[in-house]
Design a protein around this ligand. Structure first.
Ligand code: SAM
Ligand code: SF4
Length: 332
């Protein structure tokens, strides 16, 4: 029987947004996400099947989840991707997708049929050679074409850019200029630490640095602060008169944990209550043993830390002691 309660943590935060990772695998190798030597591939049986994934997703919906976003790894490389979005599209949720967009042309009709409107796309550079070097593959042109295709078909597009000092931090203005003429939202994300990505605090570009640069290029009076939606992780702005907008996700220097409503389900069926949480529960194992999982979900969220999985500040973090999965195996 369904539990009547919502998923609430000890700080009173209601969790109604589930991010499901469909796979740990990817057709790109972005250096800040995938360890240089790749991740160790595991047996298919360790991951949720289509049926298991839908079954578990429904349990979350019964507990009040209203929004589901599919991510990975690269969610579109799963062979059953069409079937998954079709079935999730029938649930009473807002369904979204985070993708590198390499395969979007293949799935655009399925996405429209499933009612997916919001698509987040990673594109860390507007320079072909640089993007292909960051992602260690050669899909820049294909991705740009697919972004145009989505814009033409009225999808709500957000472009995610992980800014890294000395890599792409000279493109902040070029990205913001893009929003002047196109109805897209650009989001600059601070580089975050995960296993195997050689993070250090000095490599991130902070919220303040980005705004200072944009203000000085466009003029402070031309940069308008927009109202942020509740639970939004992004602080949003636009250039006056522009069609699109830009935002900053400052998970490292200025986190947004106070209003966090996110739960993550990894491709191998573990619930993770924060990107940086080190406590996971095996929902898939429980389902396979015929156990009820709703109490596990509620208990896991009760153990959620106030901020960043219990890491008070990344500035003083001893990264060598931090244990977490790679981003690609958590689901970004
Ligand atoms: N493959 C899809 C994509 O690239 O959009 C979905 C998965 S990816 C892990 C989700 C998001 O996580 C991407 O926007 C990516 O830029 C972001 N990401 C990965 N590693 C990160 C890191 N170390 N710091 C900040 N963001 C990161
Ligand atoms: Fe793949 Fe996305 Fe990670 Fe890039 S950011 S390696 S596209 S999962």
């Amino acid at each position: 029987m369904n539990k009547p309660q919502n998923i609430v943590d000890t700080f009173g935060r209601v969790h109604d947004y589930l991010r499901i990772s469909l796979t740990e695998r990817c057709n790109l190798r972005c250096f800040y996400c995938m360890p240089e030597d790749g991740i160790q591939l595991r047996d298919k049986a360790e991951f949720m099947s289509t049926e298991e994934l839908i079954f578990i997703a429904k349990k979350f919906v019964d507990l009040g989840v209203k929004k589901i976003r599919l991510t990975g790894g690269e969610p579109t490389i799963r062979k059953d991707f069409s079937s998954i979005i079709k079935q999730l599209g029938e649930l009473p949720v807002e369904l979204g997708l985070t993708t590198n967009a390499v395969l979007i042309d293949k799935y655009i009709d399925d996405l429209m049929e499933a009612g997916v409107k919001s698509i987040n796309i990673s594109l860390d550079s507007l320079k072909e050679e640089r993007f292909n070097a960051i992602s260690r593959r050669g899909y820049y042109t294909k991705i740009k074409e697919n972004i145009d295709l989505l814009i033409k078909n009225d999808f709500h597009i957000k472009i995610n850019i992980v800014l890294i000092k000395g890599t792409n931090d000279d493109e902040i203005i070029d990205f913001v200029k893009w929003t002047v003429n196109e109805k897209i939202q650009i989001r600059f994300i601070e580089f975050m630490p995960f296993d195997g990505n050689n993070w250090n605090f000095e490599k991130k570009i902070s919220y303040k640095e980005i705004l200072t640069e944009v203000d000085s290029f466009f003029g402070k009076d031309q940069v308008e602060k927009l109202k942020d939606a509740p639970n939004d992780t992004t602080r949003n702005f636009k250039i006056k008169g522009g069609l699109g907008s830009f935002g900053i996700i400052s998970s490292v220097t200025n986190p947004f944990c106070d209003t966090c409503n996110r739960i993550r389900l990894t491709a191998d069926g573990k619930i993770k209550n924060c990107l940086f949480s080190q406590s996971e529960m095996d929902l898939l194992g429980a389902v396979r043993n015929g156990e009820e999982i709703q109490d596990m979900i509620l208990e896991n969220i009760k153990g959620k830390e106030k901020e960043r999985g219990g890491n008070k500040s990344f500035e003083t973090l001893d990264f060598s002691k931090m244990k977490n999965r790679t981003m690609v195996s958590i689901g970004g």
